[in-house]
Design a protein around this ligand. Structure first.
Ligand code: ADP
Length: 274
């Protein structure tokens, strides 16, 4: 296909504006490559979700969002094709709580079929794939458990398995650990990173916790007020970069304290001026 060397995803002057006058995302240029584990870091309201939503056509964006092998997301066919190859993991899991883990993961296969086809049980190969995805996230033995009987961390792993069932090339995760305790958050990030590496996926994960971003990202994109203010390796995320992302340098001692403190962690954006 001739697409393997170039970026898997390119944003060209992409901006997102909702009803308000101030754009949620200012015109942004970014390239992402397969195998990259990129973290979008920034306080609440910085535009992380808007950027993720622009990537798979969930937010109306101006500029060009280009998926390798598909092209610009300018038609509904291109958006559908991009969504088929993109797994999404959300903070609130977005699972059907009264259904089994397996039934939820199978939803990840539905995008491959026309709507009428989903009135019948999906083929055996889809169910086998869904079970393998649950196995990868360590939940094979919970396949038939109802989601509302699982812990928060397990529910998020079901969310990851559902995304994997799409066999995505691109994994988008919007604050996937925001509602989890620190130990569970770390295990979950470990799992996401391991899966992304094994499958050579591009993963773009939004976070507001500096320490987790540093530990797991191999590229950090810092956002503030809808602008990319930092783009680099985690080692380069120094006090100056944090001040660009979070504001006043006087806040930085608090930031470091927050990053170093044991459970329960104060969330950084609770402590920082919005
Ligand atoms: P983050 O993910 O970093 O918290 P968002 O992308 O959610 O940031 O939000 C960026 C800005 O866009 C914020 O000012 C937010 O209030 C605004 N915003 C987000 N979603 C909507 C929406 N659906 N309608 C109007 N404004 C929105």
């Amino acid at each position: 296909m001739g697409e393997s060397k170039g970026p898997l995803l390119s944003l060209r002057a992409v901006s997102v504006r909702y009803d308000g006058a101030v754009p949620a995302l200012q015109p942004t240029m970014l390239d992402f490559h397969a195998g990259e584990f990129a973290v979008l870091l920034g306080p609440s309201g910085a535009g992380k979700s808007s950027l993720l939503r622009a990537v798979n056509g969930l937010a109306a964006a101006s500029g060009e969002v280009i998926h390798a092998g598909i092209g610009e997301l300018a038609t509904s066919a291109a958006i559908r094709a991009a969504r088929r190859r993109t797994g999404m993991v959300f903070q609130q899991h977005h699972l059907v709580r009264r259904q089994s883990a397996l039934a939820n993961v199978l939803q990840g296969r539905l995008g491959r079929y026309p709507a009428w086809r989903t009135l019948w049980p999906l083929p055996r190969r889809d169910r086998e794939l869904a079970l393998r995805c649950l196995e990868r996230v360590g939940l094979f033995d919970k396949a038939l458990a109802r989601v509302d009987q699982l812990s928060g961390g397990e529910q998020q792993r079901v969310g990851i398995a559902r995304a994997l069932a799409q066999q995505p090339r691109l994994l988008l995760a919007d604050e996937p650990v925001a509602s989890l305790d620190p130990a569970t958050s770390h295990r979950l990030m470990e799992l996401l990173r391991e899966i992304a590496r094994t499958d050579s996926m591009l993963a773009i994960v939004s976070l507001h916790q500096v320490e987790i971003a540093r530990r797991f990202g191999d590229r950090i994109i810092g956002l503030r007020a809808g602008r990319v203010v930092f783009d680099g390796r985690p080692e380069a995320l120094d006090a100056g970069a944090l001040a660009l992302i979070y504001g006043e340098a006087s806040q930085l001692p608090m930031l470091e304290q927050a990053a170093a403190s044991p459970a329960p962690p104060p969330t950084l954006h609770d402590r920082l001026p919005q």
